[in-house]
Design a protein around this ligand. Structure first.
Ligand code: CA
Length: 226
């Protein structure tokens, strides 16, 4: 049985270091796991070897253009959602991109909130996977709306606390190993702090009760079935 790993994993292909840095940080802030690559060749290689839920693709990439990445991805039959980033006034790029199989586009400069909202919309539409709301006793977690409530009252969580809670709730009754949980909250390009997971779990216990998340020493964590 494979565990459901959340949150959504995004591959960002953008060669501009400042823009890429801002986009990656913004998407992580919104709760996505982000892997960032800076040229078309390595993006295509990553798409061949790893599983992503969404590709955010700059069209002007070195080594292999974004258009070529998109064409090869679609030529392989991949239906993965793709959001392209185009330069301002590049109307022909937009059209070529959409005709080439992109699902949506954003024009630079990119508004981070709009990017996150469009990413969520694409992810909801993809594969008809309307992510269900998760319930556990009086607790409700809405993955699409990024909302957590206890008995109808909103609870404030950081993006990573949300990701840990989401992964544990989606797998309630099963034990999640440290590695599985870390994989669900970080992309490969991020180096997790050695005790970051413990800190997130500690904060979640403060908010939901000491017994809410159980520790299985040396194995991982679990939320028992409600
Ligand atoms: Ca570029």
């Amino acid at each position: 049985m494979t565990a459901t790993i959340s949150p959504m994993r995004i591959l960002l292909a953008e060669d501009d270091p400042l823009l890429g840095d801002g986009l990656a940080a913004g998407l992580r802030q919104s709760g996505f796991a982000v892997d960032w690559l800076k040229d078309g060749e390595s993006a295509l290689a990553a798409l061949q070897s790893e599983r992503f839920d969404l590709l955010v693709l700059d069209l002007g990439l070195p080594k292999l253009s974004g258009m070529d990445v998109l064409k090869r991805l679609r030529a392989r039959g991949s239906a993965m959602p793709v959001l392209i980033l185009t330069a301002r006034d590049a109307t022909t790029d937009k059209i070529a991109g959409l005709d080439g199989g992109a699902d949506d586009y954003l024009v630079k400069p990119v508004d981070l909130d709009e990017l996150a909202a469009r990413a969520r919309a694409l992810l909801r539409r993809s594969a008809g996977r309307a992510e269900p709301v998760l319930r556990h006793g009086g607790l409700m977690l809405d993955p699409a709306g990024h909302r957590v409530e206890i008995d109808g009252k909103a609870v404030e969580l950081s993006a990573r606390e949300f990701a840990v809670l989401h992964a544990l709730l989606a797998n309630a009754g099963r034990v999640m190993t440290r590695a599985q949980l870390e994989q669900s909250i970080y992309g490969w390009s991020e180096e997790p702090d050695s005790n970051a997971l413990e800190v997130h779990v500690h904060h979640l216990r403060r908010k939901f009760g000491a017994d809410f998340i159980r520790t299985l020493r040396g194995v991982g964590y679990t939320i028992p079935k409600a």
